[in-house]
Design a protein around this ligand. Structure first.
Ligand code: GLP
Length: 241
């Protein structure tokens, strides 16, 4: 894992946007893995700005999102589909058919998981995966205890994750209890991974990732088994290291 230290959220967003822009420019066809949550929002804003300045095009980009809440339809303002449309897809020239997000309201969720992994494989795999990290070390929605061999699957969310994500919902009771997420193995199959970490509330997780052991009890530690991981972390996130 290569650690890149930046000053703050703004600089982290800028740095990661630059790395993505460089990839988009260099490759004729890019499969980009995307994350949601507060962490990558600034990066998506920078990508939209770069598109508006005609610095990049998303015509040759295919995206795969990590996860989606079970039970939230794409037009639900709390769904990750909605988040992606509002944060990025609606503002750039990406082909809607090239954007992939697990369907949290699929009639057969098990089949949806199998199909999602198949879709990634069929497309040639993810070239660059963007990740955030949960306070308990989750990546995607892979909670502590998830097998490192896992493909896309359905998870029951930890109470700590439900509490942490409640800030995006009107009421705690509205936060879904389950999600569909790419598994640890699906994530590790990406050719390159960028983990973004910002803010003091992530400092313990980052400390454990950098100094702790590789264990399924701390999902992000699986990244230590991958040859090509960049961690872009700001000063507050690094405050416990
Ligand atoms: C959420 C998402 C993750 C995200 C993480 C951190 O539950 N499923 O993909 O990386 O938790 O979220 P945030 O960036 O809002 O802190």
């Amino acid at each position: 894992m290569k650690l890149i230290k930046v000053k703050n959220y703004e600089d982290m967003s800028e740095k990661v946007a630059e790395m993505i822009i460089e990839k988009i420019r260099k490759t004729s066809k890019l499969n980009l893995g995307l994350a949601t949550g507060g962490t990558p929002k600034g990066t998506y804003k920078k990508l939209v700005e770069a598109y508006e300045k005609k610095m990049i095009s998303f015509q040759q980009v295919t995206t795969f999102n990590l996860d989606e809440y079970v039970g939230l339809a794409p037009n639900d303002p709390n769904s990750y589909h909605y988040y992606m449309n509002k944060s990025l897809f609606d503002h750039v020239d990406i082909q809607p058919s090239n954007t992939n997000i697990p369907n949290g309201v699929a009639r057969d969720l098990m089949e949806e998981c199998v199909q999602y992994d198949y879709l990634i494989k069929k497309s040639g795999g993810i070239d660059l995966q963007i990740l955030g990290i949960g306070q308990n070390g989750h990546i995607g929605f892979n909670e502590p205890g998830t097998s490192f061999d896992s493909g896309t699957h359905i998870v029951k969310l930890d109470d700590s994750t439900i509490n942490a994500n409640a800030r995006y919902f009107n009421r705690l009771q509205d936060v879904p209890t389950h999600a569909i997420t790419m598994g640890i193995q699906s994530i590790l199959q990406s050719k390159e991974i960028i983990l973004m970490v910002s803010g003091e509330e992530k400092s313990n997780a980052l400390q454990r990732l950098l100094n702790g052991e590789v264990t399924e009890e701390f999902p992000a530690s699986a990244l230590k088994n991958h040859p090509n991981v960049y961690i872009i972390a700001d000063e507050k996130a690094l405050s416990s290291v």
